[in-house]
Design a protein around this ligand. Structure first.
Ligand SMILES: [Fe+2]
Length: 463
């Protein structure tokens, strides 16, 4: 991975178009039937994801700030609301896959309509839209090109600069509310980027349940990207560390406020746990040893028959493995069978040097226990984050998802964005190969319930 570098400033209108276009680029390999299924409640269908991100702009910006705005379809406020009680009632989360109507065609028309309205706002200033600047960069391999100009995919942290007062952007149409609207547009674009990652992980989950193991994109295996070099442990000195987002760039509300955390000396791994590392845990009976597991984790393993990471399959080496073998696991106990992993590019032999993927917090913690180590806290992770490469996996931490001291929910519907989820979830740090370019940063706090593993999650050890 490459050292940090800055990128040229990008106008907000260009940022808007880049993000919105990338969503449609993600849709390109889909067949019409792929847009609708929702096999479990956590997974949303592609059609819902691409409509809901559009809903955000219509509901939070166009309906609120554009006088006389005519909604595209009054039913969509209900259909594509995710969890905003401030906005109103909505489709039950587990019924998103029941919506065969509106059609995919109509949802793309919705996107086009909202884009035209949004771009009209963004181009309403005579001096153009305000600058959206890239900041610190980090690179990672194995991602789709989402509009970057280099072959090496670059992740850069957003650093939005508010326009100078004399700039006319937004003011002709939106008056004094311009700054607020700018912030909401940037939030809406970061929201869409979160759903771009969900688009891939949700689709992979749905495809992964299909015994034909469909290929999302031929030759696209971001999960197989490996880190180079050998793993060492990095020494971090104890002391006071400033944790949380600093500066004027964009961050989510849950990254605030910056505060001091006292840490003891610790060591953190320079590389992620690999598939080979995790396979040794499997072969050593890690899933059958209750001493390694939290009580909840042990119940989860037993109730669901968990014996490997999600998307791992034990199959006979053959070009024509039968559907019966795929669906019934008949090779599971055959020593001649091989481990495979399902990827966005289809079924592949388990790549031993790639970081393990699709593990729950329970599995991450049990693996660390087996190694006689532990997971880092989110504070340790952030304090050490400049010392290692990141971006291949969302890394489970040993920290519960709680508000920082000084955390405040923003006013209005977006106050529901993060704060109400700060209960019973664990923090993940970093970014994954499915995270869009420029979306994450070292202070970024992702969070999931401890049993979930359909995201591109992995493990970094500490001691
Ligand atoms: Fe959302």
């Amino acid at each position: 991975m490459q050292p940090a570098r800055s990128i040229d400033a990008e106008s907000l209108a260009a940022f808007y178009s880049r993000v919105r276009n990338y969503t449609e680029q993600l849709c390109e390999p889909l067949e019409i039937e792929d847009y609708v299924p929702q096999p479990v409640v956590d997974v949303s269908p592609p059609k819902w994801n691409i409509a809901h991100t559009t809903w955000f702009f219509e509901e939070m910006i166009l309906k609120q700030f554009v006088p006389g705005y005519k909604v595209f379809d009054p039913d969509f406020s209900y259909l594509f609301n995710s969890y905003y009680n401030t906005v109103g009632k909505r489709t039950a989360r587990d019924h998103r896959g029941s919506l065969s109507r509106p059609t995919v065609k109509r949802v793309f028309e919705y996107r086009k309509y909202v884009d035209e309205q949004m771009l009209a706002i963004l181009s309403s200033g005579s001096s153009g839209s305000p600058p959206y600047q890239g900041g610190v960069a980090e690179s990672r391999g194995g991602s789709l090109d989402d509009g970057g100009s280099t072959s090496d995919v670059v992740v850069y942290a957003a650093n939005y600069s508010e326009p100078p007062r004399q700039q006319k952007a937004l003011t002709p149409l939106l008056g004094k509310e311009g700054s607020k609207i700018n912030d909401l547009i940037i939030l809406g674009l970061n929201h869409e980027q979160q759903h771009q990652e969900l688009f891939l992980t949700d689709l992979k989950y749905t495809f992964g349940l299909n015994p034909t193991f469909p290929v999302y994109r031929e030759g696209y295996f971001p999960e197989l990207t490996a880190e180079s070099g050998t793993r060492t442990f990095i020494e971090i000195k104890g002391g006071d560390y400033e944790i949380g987002h600093a500066g004027d760039g964009f961050c989510f509300d849950n990254e605030l406020s910056r505060h001091t955390v006292r840490l003891d000396d610790f060591q953190i791994a320079s590389k992620l746990v690999t598939n080979l590392d995790f396979l040794k845990f499997v072969n050593d009976g890690g899933y059958r040893d209750h001493r390694l597991w939290h009580s909840e984790g042990w119940d989860w393993v037993n109730q669901h028959g968990i014996d490997a990471p999600l998307h791992w399959h034990r199959l006979h080496e053959s070009e024509n493995v039968s559907i019966a073998e795929r669906t019934q696991g008949t090779a599971a106990n055959d020593p001649d069978a091989l481990w495979y992993q399902f990827t966005l590019g289809g079924l592949q032999k388990l790549k031993l040097d790639a970081p393990v993927c699709h593990v729950s917090y329970y599995e991450a913690a049990a693996f660390a226990e087996w190694k006689g180590m532990r997971l880092p806290t989110e504070f340790e992770w952030e304090a050490a984050s400049s010392k290692f490469d990141r971006g291949l996996r969302w890394e489970w931490t040993n920290s519960a998802y709680l508000p920082y001291p000084g955390f405040k929910k923003p006013d209005g519907a977006v106050g529901e964005y993060n704060g109400k989820f700060m209960i019973n979830q664990m923090v993940l740090r970093g970014a994954s190969v499915a995270t869009p370019q420029g979306h994450s940063r070292p202070t970024y706090r992702n969070f999931f319930h401890p049993h979930l593993r359909w995201q591109f999650t992995g493990i970094r050890l500490a001691r």
